[in-house]
Write a protein that binds this ligand. Structure first.
Ligand code: CP
Length: 333
């Protein structure tokens, strides 16, 4: 008897496992209907606002296309062209936008501020506020990852999934994807490995919560600095980010002139995902990456383009999971 309508979508931890399973079921139903060309006008006459403080390919377009396919309208808002640029608060922005439409979604990855901003908007908004990625969480990515893995493995219990990341609180790198994944996968009874060179730790509260989730749901969490151990016999590997994807002062991912090349990343380039490393994993190992990927430094083309890669499948599922969340929270019961 779950009520979805009107709830915010900021962190997957706010939803029970049963509620997440409903989101996955609805995603698969919408995916089937999309393939069949069936009408899915569940959000007819609804308006959603998509606010972006940073760049996006997958998130923006899955939400815009998704809203159109659900019969509604999405308005794209670049924060730099809003009155936020003149200091308008999250509170005032949320109150006004929620009087104009039916949902507000926002990407704000600024270190130490993004999640606070989203939470403040949710406090004042009278319509659902959705997190399109902040400094701590990326719930739409987590849900699409989960759907993609479940399409390949019905039963996730005791599957070894290795998150091999160079993002850490101490380096003020965005940690939203690994935090979301390390909290989520133990809830499905998976054996989660978190591998990184020393010095790239996630916050202690994340590890404590991930351990608690593992204990409750029969999964495990192993932390290692031994990359080979993380690959060995893994069912799924998620190696990122050892390349040129670096952040600017706000925590946004950038390349080019504003990029600050991190020496620590350069010195750990040996952590690139290679065919040789993949060969030590399970014979059916799946390679995942949230994308965008730095093909020069993060992964060999033969891996990301190879038969074990489900990176594009996960990106495709961003559309169907986005539509499921919007349908349930904006149009659901
Ligand atoms: N994975 C992801 O969120 O992609 P974008 O940054 O392109 O939205």
């Amino acid at each position: 008897n779950t009520v979805f309508r009107g709830r915010h979508f900021i962190n997957l931890e706010d939803f029970t496992k049963e509620e997440l399973d409903t989101m996955l079921d609805v995603s698969l139903d919408l995916k089937r209907k999309f393939a069949m060309g069936e009408d899915t006008n569940y959000l007819h006459n609804k308006t959603g606002f998509l606010m972006f403080f940073e760049q996006s390919t997958r998130t923006r377009n899955s939400m815009e296309a998704g809203m159109a396919q659900l019969g509604g309208h999405a308005g794209f808002l670049d924060s730099s062209s809003m009155q936020i640029a003149h200091g308008e608060t999250a509170k005032d922005t949320a109150i006004i936008l929620s009087r104009f439409g039916h949902m507000i979604a926002c990407r704000y990855c600024n270190w130490g501020r993004g999640n606070q901003y989203l939470t403040e908007m949710a406090k004042w908004s009278s319509v659902p506020v959705m997190n399109l990625q902040d400094d701590l969480y990326h719930p739409f990515q987590g849900l699409a990852d989960l759907l993609t893995i479940k399409e390949k493995h019905q039963d996730l219990r005791r599957k070894k999934i290795s998150i091999i990341w160079a993002y850490a609180e101490s380096h003020k790198k965005p940690i939203s994807v690994p935090v979301t994944q390390v909290l989520l996968f133990p809830r499905y009874g998976m054996d989660v490995w978190l591998a990184y060179p020393k010095g790239w730790e996630l916050p202690e509260w994340v590890i404590e919560q991930a351990k608690a989730n593992a204990e409750k749901h029969g999964g495990t969490l192993t932390i290692t600095h031994d990359e080979a151990a993380a690959y060995k016999d893994a069912d799924i590997v998620i190696p990122k980010s050892w390349g040129n994807w670096v952040t600017d002062q706000t925590g946004a991912t950038v390349t080019g002139a504003t990029a600050v090349i991190d020496d620590a990343l350069v010195s750990n380039k040996s952590w690139k995902c290679t065919e040789a490393k993949m060969a030590t994993a399970s014979k059916d190992v799946m390679y995942m990456h949230a994308l965008p990927a730095d093909r020069n430094n993060e992964v060999e083309d033969s891996v990301i383009d190879g038969p074990h890669s489900i990176a594009y499948d996960a990106a495709e599922n961003r559309l169907h999971t986005a539509k499921a969340v919007m349908t349930l929270l904006v149009g659901g019961k």
